[in-house]
Design a binder for this molecule. Structure first.
Ligand code: NAD
Length: 335
């Protein structure tokens, strides 16, 4: 089955989605809408078979369009997604699905009622390295997960419509949730500061406390000298570093500290033995992971969910927790 699709928003990120949609055997791209004449010209130059329009209503009112991909700024997502679902179309919405939990709930409710797919583009859940890591954790290879921390830093694209936390951390929060099996956090705290534009934080530090003493720390910034996309997971048996900009993206460290009860030569079994610490520092393994472009995997998952009517990996249930975590009020800095 070939799904007739249209896309709204072809700015910085939209072209990556459009390229994958055009290349996909699952989709036929009918139309792309963008307010900007330059962005429409871009589409016309690269994809002459895709019709362009400045008016998304043309897409929503086109009965041939079965699915809509939305790659517009975050504050427009909920309204466009609800209108597309209301017009009977499946939606793939760029992250974040919405900027409030109430809007995620509205999207979920309309999608379920209309038997339509609503999916969010949490691209890293379609990344081969993240999936490899998830498998390792689920198999128990790392032992019990103690804590993880991630950094998404760059002297990067600055936005004015949302801050660095909402722009960058949806990825890290969705990865943390995915790796840990989508738990409900016990506590969420974040702290960010605006240096360049009033009210738009350039850097944020977020802490998520999960049950069983599992901690996640997320550092995002578009005001940093280094391009870093790194996640470290510390387990009781092994530790893993996922470095998205390195050649070997996953490094598995056979490292840890074990508590061992040490009787030494006292042979006094009535007296509780003192624990001592045994350091393990074994091999570092760099597994070879076959890479597939995450957006390609994401788009083919969207097609599968539409065809089979199955829930998406990044459907509203997953998206709700990510938005809920991001929407926790940040601490106000005192200067
Ligand atoms: N998954 C990822 O890794 C990733 C990376 C970057 C951006 N994104 C997401 O992609 C989305 C778009 O980001 P961007 O950086 O491309 O933004 P952008 O501002 O560069 O592009 C947005 C485009 O949408 C158009 N637009 C806005 N509202 C519209 C409407 N109602 N109808 C038609 N066109 C409209 C604008 O003219 C613009 O060309 C955001 O949600 C962002 O979070 C995802």
């Amino acid at each position: 089955m070939v799904i007739q699709v249209a896309q709204i928003g072809v700015g910085y990120w939209g072209p990556n989605l459009l390229r994958n949609l055009v290349a996909s055997p699952n989709f036929e791209v009918l139309t792309a809408a963008d307010f900007s004449p330059e962005r429409r010209q871009y589409v016309e130059a690269h994809y002459p078979r895709v019709r362009t329009t400045s008016d998304p209503e043309e897409i929503l009112g086109d009965p041939r369009v079965q699915a809509v991909v939305i790659a517009t700024p975050a504050h427009t997502h909920a309204d466009l997604a609800l209108r597309a679902l209301g017009a009977g179309k499946h939606v793939l919405v760029e992250k974040p699905l919405a900027t409030t939990v109430a809007d995620v709930d509205r999207i979920a409710e309309v999608a379920v009622r209309s038997d339509l797919v609503a999916m969010v583009g949490h691209t890293f859940l379609y990344n081969s390295s993240v999936r490899y890591l998830r498998k390792m954790i689920a198999n128990g290879d790392l032992g019990e997960i103690r804590y993880l921390y991630s950094q998404r830093l760059n002297l990067g694209r600055i936005r004015s419509d949302i801050d660095a936390l909402w722009n960058l951390a949806p990825h890290d929060v969705s990865v943390a949730q995915y790796l840990l099996g989508d738990p409900d956090p016990v506590d969420v705290r974040s702290f960010g500061v605006d240096y360049l534009q009033p009210g738009v934080n350039d850097v944020s530090f977020m802490d998520i406390v999960y049950p069983n003493k599992v901690l996640a720390h997320i550092h995002v910034s578009w005001l940093d000298p280094h391009k870093v996309r790194k996640l470290t997971v510390v387990g009781s048996r092994k530790m893993v570093v996922y470095d998205d900009v390195a050649e070997n993206k996953i490094a598995i460290f056979d490292k840890g500290i074990d508590c061992v009860e040490n009787l030494e030569d006292r042979m006094d079994y009535d007296d509780p033995p003192f624990p001592t610490f045994k350091y393990r520092s074994g091999d570092i393994m760099l597994p070879k992971i076959a890479a597939v472009e995450p957006l390609r995997a994401e788009i083919s998952h969207f097609a599968e969910c539409i065809e089979r009517g199955e829930p998406c990996l990044t459907g509203p249930v997953h998206a709700r927790k990510v938005v809920q975590i991001l929407a926790e009020p940040a601490a106000v800095p005192v200067f």
